[in-house]
Structure formats: structure tokens, C-alpha cells
Design a protein around this ligand. Structure first.
Ligand code: ATP
Ligand code: MG
Length: 413
């Protein structure tokens, strides 16, 4: 026998028994995001590597070590590791700044990152996300966070923690970064390798480090003093205060986390994460924030923007088990031709129907019906002669005789 080929490390099949959960999440995404006037966009899975180098940032883990990049006809191409950059590219390329603001877009689909696979972390995973362009006011930040929360509630996840922070603008953040570097510098040799290499290029990212010895260093009083300092300029502070007021008015519960910096270079002002206590160490289901400089960075008209992305595998692992849905009807008959014809009639009327394609014994067919369907639709010799069917409700065993053309009336969808 030939060798069995296995699925690649860090990738997974989504099997039929799980796919209903995916539909459930995707349908709720469509419903909830539409309720905010958000339109769906689908961008390619492959993009030019430059897009992510410029759009995600050279100092991020994603660009430094996680991208699937290959050459084709002298072009460097990358499987998208996230979709904000792709959506921004499309926004610019399609002149969406000419549309009335805000332009609100959502997406879903696979993302690719070469990471160490573990529970809650794959190399091909899926995200659903929203981007909103054209509003600099904190009302947009509030609406985006509310939208994330509405969506999570719609799929039954209501015990999640929302964390927010403000990273300020490039101006006030520059001072903060310098202060941070100054207090951390004496401990540089004691930090993990990643932190040492991030220190110069992306010092904020240090705060996000998960290594306990690094966290211990950052908890030192002189470092905490800088981390918790109020470094925001007046405009950034006002923006942040107003966002918190909106969230309070909307009854969105949140906590402020000064260590929340997010991995990506492009964030300005608001950043947020939504976490679950039931996910172990990969506990973030949603990450988002404002990125007012990214559109111009990628060559578009300066346009403020804000968005979020959620990991679908993590969402789905939190869903409660649901019974998988049954067929509306299973046709039980020893006349394959008539069974095929009736199934076709009923399917065209919108029902989900199966028949026994192998003409097994009646009793076997009935057994199969009770496993798979809500109703057994019995088409014996007598029924066929009289143009009738017998319909058996498999939840209680009740059986009725009906005109063949009226079958659908007896079957509640
Ligand atoms: P993390 O800190 O968990 O690596 P991140 O900051 O890299 O997250 P984002 O780029 O903000 O994550 O992506 C948003 C969400 O996508 C995350 O909150 C998470 O739910 C999900 N996600 C990110 N990377 C993976 C992965 N490799 N496998 C599964 N889900 C992922
Ligand atoms: Mg990551």
C-alpha cells in the first residue's frame, strides 16, 4: 500500500461534524456587522510581500519570522498573515476614499503564519475582522468595540474581558518610548533574546513579552512608574477619555491595561483586546485598534481608520456543543425510481431529503431514517398506486397519510 499523506503541521481539516459551528459564526458575523452598515469584502490570499513589509511593519514578529513567502516569476509573494493590509490596499486601489465616510468593511478567511503550533495556535488559521475608514473621532472606536462585543454575544460568548489602552500618537509616544528605554536599559542583558532584539526597534513591544523573567523586570517600581505614566498629549488624552465615556454610557465593561501594546507597528491611540478565561495561555480572541497613519503609509490619502480581527478557531473552541442538524425527511421505499422522483420534488420545495440509493430492506431503511431525519416519508406499493405518502414523525412515532402533492404541509421545516 502507498504511504498515507498527512495534513501539514499546524494546519487542520474542518470536518463535517464541525462545519455547522463555522456556519453559525459566519452567519452571525454577517448579521451583526450588517446591522452596523458594514459591507463584506474579499481580497486575495496572496499579495505582494512589500504590502506586509510596509503594512504590518519590519519590526514585527509577523514580518520577521512568520511569513510564508515565495518567488514566482521574479516576484516576491506572501500568503496573507492578516488582512488589514490587504483591505487597506484595496481601499486605496479602488478609490474608496471617494465614497461617503465612514467606509466600513468586514472579511473572513484563512491567514497564514509560520508559528510554533500549539493549542489555539495554528499555521493556517481563520480570522473574521472589521475595518472602518474615515472617522478620527472616538465615536468610531466605541462603535468598533461595541460591534465586536455584539458579535461575540450573538454567538453566546458573554463572559469575556475587554481590555483597552491608548498608545498615543507618534509624537507623544516618542517621548514615552525614550523614557521606557532609559529605565529598561540597565536590565537589558537580563531580558530574553526577543526583548533584546526588540529593544531598539520596537521597545513598546517589550511590555507584551510573555517570558516570566522579563515580566518580573518590568514590574520593578521605576519601570512601572514609566509604564503607568500619563504620557498622552492633550488631543490623545481627550480622545481616550471620550472613548471611555462612550463605553460607560453603552454599558460595555472594560478594564485598562497599560501593558497592552499589540504586536503590530501601525497602531495609534486606541488598542484593545478581548480575552477569555477558558482558553489557557492563547487566551485572546480579538485584537484591534486605531491605525490613523497606515493608509497614507501605503500611499493613500491620509485617512484615519480603526478595526479588529478575531481568531475563528478560538471562538469556535468556546462554543457550546450543539446537536448536528437532521434531514427534513428520509424517503423509505423499494421503488428507487419513485423515491428519486419524490426526493427531487421535495428538494425543489426547499426540503433537505435523502433516499436509500441501494434499495435495502424496508426495516433497514426505517432504522436509517430515524437516525438521520425528522420524518420518514414512506412510499410503499399502495401509496404509489394511490399517489399518496405516509409520513411518520420520528420524534413521537405519529403517522399520517397524505396526498403526495401535500407532503410538504406535514413536514415542519
Ligand atoms: P497572539 O498574541 O495570540 O499571537 P496576535 O497579536 O498575533 O495574537 P492578531 O494578529 O491581533 O494576533 O490576530 C487577532 C486574533 O487572531 C488573535 O487574537 C487570535 O485570536 C487569532 N490568532 C492570531 N494568530 C493565530 C494563530 N497562529 N492561530 C490561531 N489564531 C490566531
Ligand atoms: Mg502572534
Amino acid at each position: 500500500m502507498a504511504n498515507i499523506i498527512k495534513v501539514l503541521k499546524g494546519t487542520k481539516d474542518i470536518l463535517p461534524q464541525d462545519v455547522e459551528k463555522w456556519h453559525f459564526v459566519e452567519e452571525n458575523a454577517l448579521k451583526v456587522f450588517s446591522s452596523f452598515g458594514v459591507k463584506e469584502i474579499r481580497t486575495p490570499i496572496i499579495e505582494s510581500t512589500d504590502l506586509f513589509q510596509r503594512g504590518v511593519g519590519e519590526t514585527t514578529d509577523i514580518v520577521n519570522k512568520e511569513m510564508y513567502t515565495f518567488e514566482k516569476s521574479d516576484r516576491s509573494i506572501t500568503l496573507r498573515p492578516e488582512n488589514t493590509a490587504g483591505v487597506v490596499r484595496s481601499y486605496i486601489e479602488n478609490g474608496m476614499h471617494r465614497l461617503p465616510a465612514p467606509v466600513k468593511l468586514w472579511y473572513k478567511g484563512p491567514m497564514f503564519r509560520y508559528e510554533r503550533p500549539q493549542a489555539g495556535r495554528q499555521r493556517q488559521f481563520h480570522q473574521v475582522g472589521v475595518e472602518m475608514f474615515g472617522v478620527s473621532q472616538p465615536s468610531a472606536d466605541a462603535e468598533i468595540i461595541l460591534m465586536a462585543e455584539n458579535f461575540l454575544k450573538s454567538i453566546g460568548l458573554d463572559d469575556l474581558d475587554v481590555e483597552i489602552n491608548s498608545l498615543g500618537c507618534p509624537k507623544c509616544r516618542a517621548v514615552f518610548k525614550e523614557n521606557l528605554k532609559n529605565v529598561i536599559r540597565p536590565y537589558l542583558n537580563d531580558l530574553c533574546e526577543d526583548c533584546q532584539s526588540r529593544f531598539e526597534k520596537n521597545p513598546l513591544r517589550l511590555l507584551d513579552c510573555k517570558v516570566p523573567t522579563c515580566q518580573e523586570i518590568f514590574s520593578k517600581p521605576e519601570i512601572q512608574k514609566v509604564i503607568t505614566s500619563d504620557f498622552l498629549c492633550d488631543e490623545c488624552r481627550e480622545h481616550y477619555i471620550q472613548l471611555k465615556k462612550y463605553l460607560d454610557e453603552l454599558n460595555v465593561k472594560y478594564s485598562e491595561n497599560k501593558h497592552l501594546v499589540r504586536g503590530l507597528d501601525y497602531y495609534t491611540r486606541t488598542v484593545f483586546e478581548i480575552k477569555s478565561n477558558n482558553l489557557g495561555s492563547q487566551n485572546a480572541v480579538c485584537g484591534g485598534g486605531r491605525y490613523d497613519n497606515l493608509v497614507s503609509e501605503l500611499g493613500g490619502e491620509p485617512t484615519p481608520a480603526i478595526g479588529f480581527a478575531m481568531g475563528m478557531e478560538r471562538l469556535i473552541s468556546l462554543l457550546k456543543e450543539k446537536e448536528s442538524s437532521k434531514l427534513d425527511g428520509y424517503i423509505v421505499s423499494n421503488d428507487t425510481t419513485e423515491a428519486l422522483k419524490l426526493a427531487q420534488e421535495l428538494r425543489l420545495q426547499g426540503l433537505n431529503i435523502e433516499i436509500d440509493l441501494t434499495n435495502k430492506k424496508f426495516t433497514k431503511q426505517l432504522e436509517k431514517a430515524s437516525k438521520l431525519a425528522k420524518y420518514a416519508i414512506i412510499l410503499g406499493e399502495d401509496e404509489i398506486k394511490e399517489n399518496k405518502v405516509s409520513i411518520k414523525d420520528l420524534s413521537n412515532g405519529n403517522q399520517v397519510s397524505a396526498e403526495r402533492s401535500e407532503c410538504i404541509k406535514w413536514i415542519e421545516k
